[in-house]
Design a binder for this molecule. Structure first.
Ligand code: UDP
Length: 252
C-alpha cells in the first residue's frame, strides 16, 4: 500500500488567502491518495476557509489553534504545533510535511515524499519579489549523500541545518516514539514556541537527526527543484475597476 502523506498548512485570513488555498488544494487533489491535508487557523475556523477546503476535493481536517498570540513573528508556529499534537494524539501514521499556503509545489514533490523512510530534506528555491532573483536553501549532495548546504545566511555559524520550512519531511512515528530519538519529541514541539524567528526549522530538525548522514535527499541526489518559496505580498496588487476586493480574495 502507498504511504499516507500528512500535509500541514497554517493559514490566516488575508487578501491572497483564497488564491493560495485554492492553488495548493488543486495540487493536493491530484496527488495519489492516501493524503490528509491538515489546515490550521487561529482562533476560529472561518467559513471561507471551510468552503474552499470542501470544494478542493482533497481529504482534509480543519483545525483551530485556540492560543492567543498577538506576536506577528510567530508566523504559524502555534498552528503547526496544533497539527503535530493532533497527529500524535490520533496516531496518524504517514510522512508529515509542513506546506505553507503561499508556496508553489510540484506534484512530483508529493509523490517523492513517499520514498522517505525517516527524515528527508531537499533544496527549495526562494523567490523574493524585492530582490528579483532566486536563491537556494537546503542540502548540497554528492551522490545521494548530503555534504553541505546552500544558504543565504551571512554568518554560517548560526544555524545548524539550512533548511526551509517547506524543505523537509519526516515519518510521523517519530512523534510518539521518544525512544528512537535523543529526547522526548513533545518537549521539542513545545520548544518551538520560544524559538527565535528563522530558527524554527533548524531547532525542529536538531531534535530529529544528529547529523547530515541521517538525511535522505529528495529526490536522491537533490537533482531537481520540486518546490518554490515565494515572498509575495498583496500591497501592490492592482484590480480591475469594479471588482470588490475582499479579505480572502474571493472576488464577487
Ligand atoms: N501564517 C499564519 N498566520 C500568521 C502568519 C503566517 O497562519 O500570522 C501562515 C501562512 O499562511 C503560511 C505560513 O504561516 O502558511 C508562513 O507564513 P509566511 O509565508 O508569511 O512566512 P514566511 O514564509 O514569509 O516566513
Amino acid at each position: 500500500p502507498r504511504k499516507q502523506l500528512i500535509v500541514i498548512t497554517p493559514t490566516y485570513n488575508r487578501a491572497l488567502q483564497a488564491f493560495f488555498l485554492n492553488r495548493l488544494g488543486q495540487v493536493l487533489r491530484l496527488v495519489q491518495p492516501p493524503l490528509l491535508w491538515i489546515v490550521v487557523e487561529m482562533k476560529t475556523a472561518s467559513v471561507e476557509t471551510a468552503e474552499i477546503l470542501r470544494k478542493t476535493g482533497a481529504m482534509y481536517r480543519h483545525l483551530v489553534c485556540e492560543r492567543n498570540s498577538t506576536n506577528v513573528k510567530d508566523r504559524g508556529v502555534h498552528q503547526r504545533n496544533v497539527a503535530l499534537e493532533h497527529i500524535e494524539r490520533h496516531r496518524l501514521d504517514g510522512i508529515a510535511y509542513f506546506a505553507d499556503d503561499d508556496n508553489v509545489y510540484s506534484l512530483e514533490l508529493f509523490e517523492s515524499l513517499r520514498d522517505i523512510s525517516r527524515f528527508g530534506a531537499w533544496p527549495v528555491a526562494m523567490l523574493a519579489q524585492s530582490k528579483n532573483k532566486a536563491i537556494l536553501e537546503g542540502p548540497v549532495c554528492n551522490g545521494s549523500h548530503v555534504i553541505g548546504w546552500h544558504t543565504n545566511e551571512k554568518s554560517k555559524r548560526l544555524r545548524r541545518f539550512h533548511v526551509d520550512m517547506s524543505g523537509f519531511a519526516f515519518n510521523s512515528t517519530i512523534l510518539w516514539d521518544p525512544k528512537r530519538w535523543r529526547r522526548p519529541f513533545s518537549s521539542a514541539i513545545r520548544q518551538l514556541d520560544t524559538v527565535k524567528e528563522g530558527f524554527q526549522e533548524t531547532t525542529f530538525i536538531e531534535q530529529v537527526i544528529e547529523d547530515e548522514s541521517q538525511i535522505e535527499s529528495v529526490p536522491p541526489g537533490c537533482s531537481r527543484i520540486l518546490n518554490w518559496h515565494l515572498h509575495l505580498d498583496a500591497h501592490h496588487l492592482v484590480y480591475p475597476r469594479g471588482w470588490l476586493f475582499q479579505k480572502n480574495l474571493d472576488v464577487i
